[in-house]
Design a protein around this ligand. Structure first.
Ligand code: KG4
Ligand code: ZN
Length: 338
């Protein structure tokens, strides 16, 4: 079964064709980064306009690269939630029109579950259950995954997402946009012990696996003021390495607590921040954890993960109505504390 996947939840216009939820026949990602860079963040109105302009060409390219025509597609999957509503609507309506024209089964899927599915398009597809670490510009979630569509959120950020912390740090220090990859690269030449940033201390009761980035963000901004007051140069590489170490250590502290408590030693990562080299190195260093990462091009937003996940629903017989609506928020993940 060949599924056409469409993803327009944020600032990538993406389409892909995936066979049987596993084999990527094409994976086209048209990034809008240059259009948002001057604003140092995603501008929703620009994003939805670019999706509208590009969605047809991106989908056509995905079909061409897969070597198929619309008549060869067996099903259509699209990100229906969560994301920026105006952007989601472009993809959802385009996917509906495609499915209607070709009389194809149609399904809307959750973007976060898509990120969790991404690693299944790589070499290893672990058995359920496992722990998921979903880390991106909009989400930071530690969860237990019992199936492709069944996760229980154990911990999450109580304020900023981890990718957002990278992006904001890069913005304050004018390092570039988006901040994650820039900081990751700068940090390679930096001293991670140059600055000591605070780690949040939640970890009690229902917040056992939760974490927070607002304190780290404030400390990073305060450090910038220190540089200004003392008229010292900003040492961006040391700053990047110290920030990155703290940001990732915050996540891992909660993750390892969840590993210990649940006894689930397989950790599947996903989302843009799963590309981070320090995060990957830390997990690789832990003999008690089997960490699985998506291939690098599938960490960030892409439609292959949406097509792959969509296949699982379609193969099971699930369908969305052509009246299905997009939603900016996730509808109904369970949050449960062991
Ligand atoms: O999954 P994604 O493409 O979009 C969302 O769903 O948000 O994630 C984008 C986020 C951005 O915040 C970006 O700065 C971050 O992923 N990111 C990274 C790295 N590459 C991208 N963060 C840390 N290290 C990286 N190498
Ligand atoms: Zn994403």
């Amino acid at each position: 079964m060949r599924v056409l996947g469409i993803e327009t939840s944020c600032d990538e216009t993406a389409a892909a064709v995936v066979e049987n939820g596993k084999t990527i026949l094409s994976n086209i990602v048209a990034t809008q980064i240059p259009f948002h860079a001057e604003f140092q963040g995603v501008v929703p109105e620009i994003a939805s306009r670019k999706h509208t302009e590009w969605i047809y060409a991106v989908t056509k390219t995905a079909l061409d690269e897969a070597g198929i025509s619309p008549a060869d597609v067996d099903g259509v999957a699209v990100t229906g939630e969560p994301g920026m509503l105006g952007s989601l609507l472009v993809g959802v309506n385009f996917a509906k029109a495609f499915a209607y024209m070709e009389r194809l089964p149609f399904i809307t899927v959750n973007h976060i579950l898509g990120h969790l599915y991404a690693s299944r398009l790589g070499e290893t597809a672990p058995d359920y259950p496992f722990l998921g670490l979903l880390v991106s510009g909009g989400h930071s979630i530690i969860c237990r995954a019992d199936n492709f569509d069944a996760i229980t959120v154990l911990g999450t950020t109580i304020d900023d997402a981890v990718g957002e912390a990278f992006d904001k740090t890069a913005k304050y220090y004018r390092l570039g946009y988006p901040g994650g990859a820039v900081i990751d690269k700068l940090a390679q030449d930096g001293d991670a012990t140059a600055f000591r940033f605070p780690m949040p201390n939640l970890y009690k009761g229902e917040h056992r696996y939760d974490f927070s980035y607002s304190g780290l963000k404030t400390a990073v901004i305060n450090q910038l003021d220190q540089f200004r007051v003392k008229q010292e140069p900003t040492t961006p590489a040391d700053l990047a390495a110290s920030f990155q170490k703290t940001a990732v250590d915050v996540l891992l502290r909660s993750l390892f607590r969840a590993v210990e408590d649940t006894g689930l030693t397989t950790v599947v990562a996903g989302g843009g921040v799963a590309a981070n080299s320090y995060l990957r190195a830390c997990l690789a260093d832990r003999p008690d954890v089997h960490a699985i990462f998506p291939p690098l091009p599938l960490c960030g937003d892409n439609a292959a993960m949406i097509a792959g996940l969509g296949y699982q629903y379609l193969a099971r017989g699930d369908r969305s109505a052509l009246t299905a609506v997009a939603s900016s928020r996730t509808q109904g993940f369970k949050k449960k504390y062991p």
